[in-house]
Design a binder for this molecule. Structure first.
Ligand SMILES: [Zn+2]
Length: 203
């Protein structure tokens, strides 16, 4: 009986994991992994590094400080698990440039026109970064694990952090940024993120 329960649980867990993997999510909007050419990682914690295994053909960006910290002795204790990295994983490392973006002194362009760029948002992890995607009306602020959701950004409470002081400064800076322009703030673990995106709900 116990064995059977365990088997059922294992089967359910596998089904849950598979249908939530990114190829299945992309298929819902008619996109395959082969349609994707560029990936930007906000950081490399264990729960953010599984997806790239589907994108060996892509250019993958990560901040230099994040990539160089993760394999260190303190890596596992700080949430990095190298065993989850694809064997072929050799990302393009980002060194931010002297291109101001709002109240950020530095940024890094992902597209030549600057419609998609990255800004450093350290604190949750040393090399945590956020992605800004702009259209003619909105800036989509893809915040990774900077804060848990919009409410905690409004209260300037960082998500679980590695560096308390830096995280606090970053959250305050991002709060000012998202108030300065029509911004849709999307964080990784916010259950409302899909709604915010679909309804184009400005912060
Ligand atoms: Zn994280």
């Amino acid at each position: 009986m116990i064995g059977s329960r365990r088997s059922n649980f294992a089967a359910m867990a596998f089904a849950f994991a598979t249908i939530h993997e990114i190829p299945h999510q992309l298929a819902k909007i008619g996109v395959t992994p082969q349609d994707v050419s560029t990936i930007v990682l906000t950081h490399m914690h264990g729960d953010h590094i599984g997806g790239p295994s589907h994108f060996e053909h892509c250019k993958i960006f990560v901040s230099r400080s994040e990539y160089e910290l993760a394999p260190g002795k303190k890596g596992p204790g700080n949430g990095y698990f190298l065993k989850n990295w694809p064997k072929w994983f050799r990302p393009t490392l980002i060194d931010y440039e002297e291109h101001p973006e709002g109240n950020f002194k530095k940024s890094f362009p992902i597209t030549d026109d600057g419609a998609i760029k990255v800004v450093p948002t350290p604190g949750h992890s040393i090399g945590h970064q956020s992605i800004l995607a702009k259209d003619s009306t909105f800036t989509y602020f893809i915040a990774g694990d900077l804060t848990y959701n919009c409410a905690t950004l409004k209260r300037e409470i960082p998500d679980v952090v590695l560096m308390n002081k830096v995280a606090q400064q970053t959250v305050e800076k991002v709060h000012r940024y998202v108030q300065s322009t029509p911004c849709i703030y999307l964080s990784s673990h916010d259950w409302n993120a899909v709604d915010l995106l679909e309804k184009k709900e400005v912060f």
